[in-house]
Design a protein around this ligand. Structure first.
Ligand code: ADP
Ligand code: MG
Length: 152
């Protein structure tokens, strides 16, 4: 499933719609070039989940935690793990319980990712818009169902 957005606000509105379908324990991988909209999307998600603090790109901190109305929103930026992989990131224990995990640059820690997750690609379009593509990774019915709810 894919959609095109023409502003940061539209990307955040899409994130807000998606947020309503999310369940605790879910993991979302955000893939796309620098400036493609991964953090912007996460901000929209956070707003819909009742996060009060401003979500900023966690590039220099790796993991940021935000209280939200389903428990905890974990915002991870794996960019600086490109060379070392996810070794110092204990994903299985981080993603337990009432936690929603969003990972920018998850392709850099592929070997540490769970078997199934929601994958979202962001592409910069020539006209300045963004194409956002949603797909279920692995064989999990709940991610497939989630993607299905967005197919018009
Ligand atoms: P990333 O985290 O992928 O590096 P950011 O979300 O930090 O990207 O930055 C995206 C930038 O592009 C922001 O400054 C945002 O305002 C701008 N922007 C313009 N159009 C869009 C759009 N359609 N979707 C998301 N961001 C957009
Ligand atoms: Mg970012």
């Amino acid at each position: 499933m894919k959609i095109t957005t023409h502003s940061a606000q539209e990307t955040q509105e899409f994130a807000e719609k998606l947020a309503r379908q999310l369940q605790p324990g879910m993991v979302i991988s955000l893939i796309g070039d620098l400036g493609a909209g991964k953090t912007t999307f996460t901000q929209g998600l956070g707003r819909a989940l009742g996060v009060q603090r401003l979500i900023k790109s966690p590039t220099y901190t790796l993991v940021k935690e935000y209280a939200c109305n389903i428990g905890l929103l974990l915002h991870i930026d794996a960019y600086r793990l490109e060379d070392v992989g996810g070794m110092d990131l204990d994903l299985p224990s981080l993603t337990q319980g009432d936690t929603l995990t969003v990972i920018e640059w998850a392709e850099f820690i592929q070997e540490d990712m769970p078997e199934s997750y929601l994958e979202i690609h962001f592409y910069l379009l020539d006209d300045g818009g963004r194409e956002i593509m949603l797909q279920s990774h692995g064989k999990s019915q709940r991610y497939e169902d989630l993607v299905d709810t967005f197919v018009e």
